[in-house]
Design a protein around this ligand. Structure first.
Ligand code: NAD
Ligand code: MG
Length: 387
């Protein structure tokens, strides 16, 4: 049976990996929607190949260019934030949420509220609005299928188990490109060094998050919402080879792990085919040649981001949305060469020192916190630059 897949963030790293799998199994899937921010040339190329009903650019200034690029193809074209939400409400069997940042929050919420199952890569949406998103899924009966490799691993380990039987969830972390670097040396790293992840090929923002370990902190918050076993039951373990993608320890002290090559097409395939399995072109694990797997405790002195995230989710309310927004601004400033690498986490910490905004009751409240926190982070970034 052919299933309709709406793909948000089609031109990105996760989007392209998703399409790579769909391309190999075109009987199984029909792409209904493709979206991008403003990469018109790539979106148009994909739309000509996959012939969705609708192609959307988030940036309205790119509308005309997309219309021209798809003239005569019969693919409907739309632009803007409202068009993204409307696209997420269209009939679909699965929505892949692969936009980066809180830009993906509104369409992901719209998909869940419409009762569509969501394959969720867009962790920032869940970090900012975890309670609202999980409540929307519960209310509509939609399933959130985690695509983030660690959460997908946990989801697989939990199959057939109950959360009440979980003693501990162990999120593995590669440690990023600066795992063994001194704090003094980290002060001068460049964006090019930060995005060169040792194991994974990913978009720029998540690559920087991996280098600061903010990614693991965001994933801790993500895990807390997806697998509510209590924060004190979620640990982080550094595992430089990225072969074990996470582990679940049960009350009987049985521990299950999910292993695989560090290739995002494996967790994406797991989410696409769930509850079944599909073949992938990924490299099978060759444990004899890997020979050893290493583990170490995280060093929160050199990498304070995970502690900030734990504090944010412990306090709850608007704090995680505030932390996430400040991080998005700080990462963009670092990538633009405007602030140093350690200033990313300094920016987030400084924004979190302000009094907590009132707990968000609606998506609109989240957007207000997001906007105010971005402005506060921007002020901090500017002060760095002028220092
Ligand atoms: P990416 O930067 O490669 O792609 C992002 C996509 O979002 C692109 O299609 C882009 O056009 C679109 N986009 C960017 N800004 C937008 C905006 N303002 N409005 C609408 N669309 C916008 O990112 P990625 O690495 O594919 O990551 C996507 C998400 O998946 C992120 O939340 C990331 O944390 C998560 N994730 C990625 C990986 C990975 O291996 N790349 C692994 C786990 C989780
Ligand atoms: Mg991950």
């Amino acid at each position: 049976m052919t299933r309709r897949l709406a793909l948000f963030g089609a031109t990105g790293s996760v989007g392209q990996s998703t399409l790579d799998l769909v391309r190999r199994d075109s009987e199984a899937w029909r792409i209904s929607v493709l979206t991008a921010n403003c990469d018109v040339a790539e979106l148009a190329r994909l739309a000509r190949e996959f012939r969705p009903e609708l192609a959307v650019v988030a940036d309205e200034s790119c509308h005309g260019a997309l219309r021209d690029a798809l003239a005569g193809t019969g693919v409907e074209v739309a632009a803007g934030a409202d068009a993204l939400v409307a696209a997420a409400q269209r009939p679909a069997d699965l929505v892949m949420a692969a936009i980066v940042g809180t830009a993906g929050l509104a369409p992901t919420m719209a998909a869940l509220a419409s009762g569509h199952d969501v394959a969720l890569a867009n962790k920032e949406a869940l970090v900012s609005a975890g309670e609202l998103m999980t409540a929307a899924a519960r209310a509509s009966g939609a399933t959130i299928l985690p695509v983030d490799s660690e959460h997908n691993a946990i989801f697989q380990c939990l199959a057939g188990g109950r959360l009440s039987e979980v003693r501990r969830i162990i999120l593995t972390a590669s440690g990023g490109p600066f795992r063994t670097m001194s704090a003094a040396d980290m002060a001068t790293v460049t964006p090019a060094q930060a995005v060169a992840h040792p194991n994974w090929s990913m978009g720029a923002k998540i690559s920087v998050d991996s280098a600061t370990m903010m990614n693991k902190g965001l994933e801790l918050i993500e895990a807390h919402h997806l697998f509510p076993v209590g924060l004190d039951r979620i640990d982080i373990l550094v595992h430089p080879q990225s072969v074990i993608h996470s582990l679940v320890e049960f009350v009987d002290c049985s521990t299950l792990a999910q292993l695989g090559s560090p290739d995002m097409r494996i967790p994406i395939a797991s989410a696409l085919a769930w509850p079944q399995r599909m073949a992938t072109p990924c490299a099978p694990l060759d444990l004899a040649s890997i020979a050893r797997l290493d583990f170490e405790a995280p060093d929160e002195d050199r990498f304070p981001a995970t502690a900030l995230c734990r504090a944010a989710i412990t306090e709850g309310g608007a704090r995680p949305a505030q932390l996430n927004a400040a991080n998005e601004v700080a990462v963009a400033a670092f990538l633009a060469g405007r602030i140093s690498f350690p200033a990313i986490v300094d920016t987030v910490r400084s924004v979190m020192e302000a009094e907590a905004p009132p707990p968000p009751a609606s998506l609109q409240d989240i957007f207000s916190v997001d906007a105010a926190s971005r402005a506060a982070a921007q002020t901090f970034v500017d002060s760095f630059e002028h220092a």
